[in-house]
Design a protein around this ligand. Structure first.
Ligand code: PFF
Length: 452
């Protein structure tokens, strides 16, 4: 019975601790680095609108389901799915959700850490004044010299992995909770300062129109898949990260409230990042579709020109590192929790092993920006492939299975009890999770593989 089940990994100290941790997981490179550049690549407003729709009709219901399953199972996603499937007399194959999450976790963290390494290196560039008076071309060169250098990137990737595994090894309360408390609010303040700067940059209206005027002729079927995939990526859904955080959630906390809070905070940060970046892009004649280097090429130009730019630039990239850090620990937590439960390893041993594997995998991403930049499948580099495979395929598929399990396999008395909301709302969640979410994911997939 769930009443007697307990997490062996510990518990969050309060509702706020969970909200901070889950927001820490959700808000990361996905919001500040990825959202602007995929919006730029997919033509702006219409893409943003589809992404917001995906958050509302797919993201939030799946987030509620993941937290619910996690809290009921109280173990790593693999064991949670096994236990719950048994309890609901479902097939033991539902464990696949946990396994694919473990695989996705390794793959995502392997490139996530490399990009976080870029942010670390930009902290140093910012402190040392490299941005002062920098032109758009010089800024592109600065970025180019970083990504063309494998050894430098490897050092930063190594540092970031060590930081991540250090926190993960310390466990739920000491490690995860403490690291996040101050950093989220600080990041928000800095983003607001940047938006304030962008408002006066001369490109604000153009940036604003780019982000919010919907021209659907610019959206491709692949763009729709990218928007759906990003809704999962940015909310940390579809791979068990939020599920495992849910496993540490005290039983008396309202799942609906925390899910909405996290989703709204995450979306606000992404939109603010867009409002900070696009005006600067347009004011400086930069290219919105510049790809993964977008923020690294645009923001230094702004910091280089503004008063106090050294301080703001340093703080910004430092906070970006922290945002990435609090996400990274959640990406690997499902794996670590599973190793502790299944193998009886200490958290330290589990963290070092999982981190070691991820570190090695990260080397492929580093090389894909230089030595292996011509190694391509389906016209995609290794980095592009990893990103596509995880965000656009594995996470939505994981989310689909979670929706099917929560909506169709789980006894409604169980889900009703766990979610603990009033009946009208519960029925709405059920409608979304049983029909709307699976059909939406299914249609986007079919569309993307050109079946309809
Ligand atoms: N949500 C994080 C971001 O937007 O940067 C990335 C992420 C974290 C993806 C945890 C998946 C995950 F499980």
């Amino acid at each position: 019975m769930t009443e007697t089940r307990q997490s062996i990994h510990g518990q969050w100290s309060s509702r706020w601790a969970f909200i901070l941790a889950a927001t820490g997981s959700a808000v990361g490179l996905g919001n500040i680095w990825k959202f602007p550049y995929i919006t730029g690549e997919n033509g702006g407003g219409a893409f943003v609108l589809i992404y917001l729709l995906c958050i509302a009709v797919v993201g939030i219901p799946v987030m509620m389901s993941e937290i619910m399953l996690g809290r009921r199972g109280k173990q790593s996603p693999i064991h949670t799915m096994r236990t719950l499937a048994q309890e609901e007399r479902g097939s033991s194959s539902w464990q696949i959700v946990g396994w694919s999450g473990v695989l996705a976790g390794f793959l995502i963290l392997s490139f996530y850490s490399v990009i976080a390494g870029w942010a670390l290196s930009y902290v140093v560039s910012a402190v040392s004044g490299s941005f002062s008076g920098i032109s758009a071309d010089q800024s592109s060169d600065l970025f180019g010299s970083l990504v063309s250098n494998p050894t430098v990137q490897l050092s930063w990737h190594t540092l970031f992995m060590v930081m991540t595994m250090f926190v993960v090894a310390r466990g739920v309360r000491d490690g995860l909770e403490k690291a996040i408390r101050l950093l989220m609010p600080a990041l928000l303040v800095l983003l607001l300062i940047l938006v304030g700067y962008a408002m006066n940059s001369g490109g604000f209206m153009q940036g604003f129109h780019f982000l919010f005027d919907a021209d659907f002729s610019k959206v491709t079927t692949e763009g729709v898949l990218t928007a759906l995939g990003h809704a999962f990526f940015t909310l940390s859904l579809g791979m068990g990260a939020i599920m495992v955080y849910g496993a540490y959630l005290p039983d008396d906390v309202s799942i609906t409230r925390v899910a909405f809070t996290v989703a709204i905070a995450d979306t606000a940060v992404a939109l603010l990042a867009g409002m900070a970046i696009f005006p600067i892009v347009f004011a400086n004649g930069l290219e919105p579709g510049a790809g993964p280097g977008l923020i690294f090429q645009t923001l230094p130009v702004a910091f280089g020109a503004m008063p106090g730019g050294i301080i703001f630039g340093t703080l910004f990239f430092l906070l970006l590192v922290f945002a990435a850090w609090s996400s990274a620990i959640s990406i690997i937590e499902p794996v670590v929790a599973w190793l502790v439960e299944d193998r009886g390893w200490s958290r330290k041993r589990a963290s070092i092993s999982a981190g070691g594997v991820t570190w090695v995998l990260g080397i492929a991403t580093i090389l894909s920006f230089n030595v292996w930049s011509e190694v391509k499948w389906f016209d995609k580099t290794i980095f592009d492939l990893l990103d596509y495979l995880t965000a656009n395929i594995m996470l939505p598929l994981g989310g689909l299975l979670i929706a099917l399990f929560a909506g169709w396999v789980m006894n409604q008395n169980h889900s009703r009890g766990e979610l603990g909301m009033e009946e009208g709302l519960y029925q709405r969640w059920l409608l979304l999770i049983r029909y709307v979410t699976p059909v939406a994911i299914g249609l986007v997939f079919l569309n993307a593989i050109d079946l309809i």
